[in-house]
Design a protein. Structure first.
Length: 124
């Protein structure tokens, strides 16, 4: 059994398991496993007129979208590279060209690193 939102913005697949009872047949619905290798795909359609107006080719649009999703930390580096149709090294180059940091260090991580350096006696 598959459930689709009318807007097409979200696509979800659920698994229905039937249980026979004396009275009727009942279904128990389970959410999909996120690690399932067999997931449905949601096609994204961008009209040619929009790409022309933006001055982008299809490949450039894929790289732009993947870069933005990586910047928002919605995709990892490898996922963004796959989405853009690039190798990991090519995706890194694209991100660096756009001045998007590959790694972000939080304030807590930085203070922990500095404290560890102090404990080890490393001049900072």
């Amino acid at each position: 059994m598959r459930l689709f939102r009318r807007s097409g913005a979200m696509l979800a697949t659920v698994v229905a398991r039937a249980y026979n009872t004396k009275r009727s047949r009942r279904f128990k619905i389970y959410p999909p496993r996120l690690s399932s290798p067999r997931r449905d795909k949601m096609p994204v359609t961008i009209p040619d007129s929009v790409l022309e107006q933006a001055g982008l080719t299809e490949q450039e649009a894929r790289v732009e979208i993947a870069s933005r999703l990586f910047q928002l930390r919605r995709l990892g580096l490898w996922q963004a590279a796959q989405w853009a149709g690039l190798s990991r090294a090519e995706m890194e180059s694209e991100l660096l060209r756009r001045r998007i940091p590959l790694y972000e260090v939080t304030e807590g991580q930085l203070s922990a690193e500095l404290a560890a350096m102090d404990r080890l006696g490393v001049p900072g």
